[in-house]
Design a protein around this ligand. Structure first.
Ligand code: FA5
Length: 340
């Protein structure tokens, strides 16, 4: 009797195992059949009623049914696991044969690019590239350049004063002084770097901007030498004919002093905010070194003379790339910088 019951129970359970549509449904069937109150467990409890001579046989059948069902559960569970894995793999599918997106390359800032070009040019002409401190002494920034404390020329450059008489250098000219002090004559040097002025910022003025100082001290240096080097510089940078004008300029550290302007390359002459509607951009103040400046740095002006210039590197970058607002250069805006 129990024999038939067992065989029905086994085949019904096997059918339900195969028919389970989810791991949850399978688990429910397992509890119903093999759980503490499950049908097979209940059948086991009936063993007491089986006549002793049949017990061994029925017991074996019971064990066999239990094992068969357990392995059927396991294999159905493995099917579900395999399906779940398959579904996950197809969802997380990754094509390892696709080319990887290339690394994003950065590049040098346009000002740095021009600075390097100018350095290369001057090194090829026998100039040393010098560096000087951005926090300067009043002496190097002003006094040693023939601008004593009460000199009106100090007002030409609005200064950020620091404590202890120091300041943020208002131009790169103090590096001339440091170059003369350290290296003595004859001397050919350039000094690229930042300068700081307490100015109102507009399309052509920044509080922090770049200049390149240049100086040559030798015997019998003339304005002709100065003009030769300035022309060589501008031709190398613009790689085309640019219209320049030289007019007298006043700087206490040069005599005679000049302002070398270039015709505005943004508007081509008629006037725009960059050239303040004048058609010309001040780019390269220069001149022959004032004998007082040589003397203060320990160089005998009867033996030596020289020229010096202070190129506005930020303005030069604007002219070269036709940038109509100086503020863009230090904005850190990648959409702007990626164009260079
Ligand atoms: C000077 O700074 C002198 N030291 C230059 C010099 C050196 C003259 C050696 C003679 C001999 P100036 O103040 O004009 O001069 O500035 C030089 C250049 O720096 C200007 O022509 C301009 O191109 C640039 N510049 C000046 N102020 C600013 C500013 N606020 N923003 C951007 N560029 C500026």
């Amino acid at each position: 009797m129990l024999e038939t019951q067992l065989s029905h129970l086994e085949s019904a359970a096997l059918a339900r195992i195969q028919g389970a549509r989810s791991p949850e449904e399978l688990e429910a069937v397992r509890i119903e059949v093999l759980g503490r109150k499950g049908s097979l467990t209940q059948a086991g409890k009936e063993m007491g009623k089986v006549p002793p001579e049949d017990r061994a046989r029925i017991g074996k059948l019971l064990n066999a049914a239990k094992q068969a069902l357990e392995s059927a559960f396991e294999s159905r569970q493995r099917q579900f696991d395999a399906q779940a894995l398959e579904a996950r793999l197809s969802a997380e599918w990754l094509d390892l044969t696709l080319p990887a997106p290339g690394p994003q390359m950065g590049h040098l800032h346009p000002i740095t690019q021009i600075q390097s070009e100018i350095e290369d040019l001057f090194v090829s002409l026998g100039f040393a590239v010098l560096d000087g401190p951005e926090v300067e002494t009043e002496y190097h920034n002003f006094d040693a350049l023939n601008i004593p404390a009460d000199h009106p020329a100090r007002d030409m450059q609005d200064t950020f004063w620091l404590t202890g008489g120091n300041l943020l250098r208002t131009h790169t000219s103090p590096v001339q002084v440091r170059g003369m002090e350290r290296l003595g004559p004859p001397l050919r040097m350039i000094a690229p770097g930042r300068a700081f002025r307490n100015e109102n910022v507009d399309a052509s003025h920044e509080h922090t901007f770049y200049q390149i100082e240049g100086m040559m001290v030798d015997r019998d240096v003339s304005v002709a030498h100065l003009i030769y080097f300035m022309k060589t510089l501008l031709t190398a940078i613009f790689k085309r004919e640019v219209t320049v004008r030289l007019r007298p300029g006043y700087f206490p550290f040069v005599e005679p002093g000049f302002e070398l302007d270039i015709q505005c390359l943004i508007c081509g002459g008629p006037g725009c905010p960059v050239c303040k509607q004048s058609g010309w951009v001040e780019l390269l103040p220069c001149g022959l070194v004032n004998p007082n400046v040589l003397r203060m740095s320990g160089i005998d002006p009867d033996q030596w003379n020289g020229f010096a210039f202070g190129l506005g590197l930020t303005r030069l970058a604007m002219m070269r790339y036709a940038i109509d607002d100086i503020r863009l250069l230090q904005s850190g805006d990648l959409r702007f910088l990626q164009q260079f």
